[in-house]
Design a protein around this ligand. Structure first.
Ligand SMILES: [Zn+2]
Length: 87
């Protein structure tokens, strides 16, 4: 695999994991729904020339950004604060 940034062929795989959820911030309402989320493979390579890290297992056909995708970081932080207060 060649580097996407500098096109060097000096790359090395350092992590491979099968069955990783493809969406980082997908909101699911139940454990059953969580087990049904779309998954793919994670294969991380690092470029020995420039240090860029890429995922050769990335497959954009698996992605679907619908109404349940929530990329709001602030709301999550507020939720954590509320949990800490209740405990
Ligand atoms: Zn590179």
């Amino acid at each position: 695999m060649n580097c996407h940034v500098c096109h060097s062929s000096k790359t090395g795989k350092f992590l491979h994991q099968k069955g990783v959820g493809v969406h980082q911030n997908l909101v699911v309402l139940s454990q059953v729904d969580a087990r049904k989320v779309t998954s793919g493979d994670l294969s991380l390579y690092v470029c020995e020339n420039c240090g860029f890290v890429s995922n050769s297992g990335f497959d954009d056909s698996l992605l679907s950004y619908g109404a349940r995708y929530d990329n709001t970081q602030i709301r999550k932080q507020k939720s954590n604060l509320i949990c800490l207060t209740i405990q």
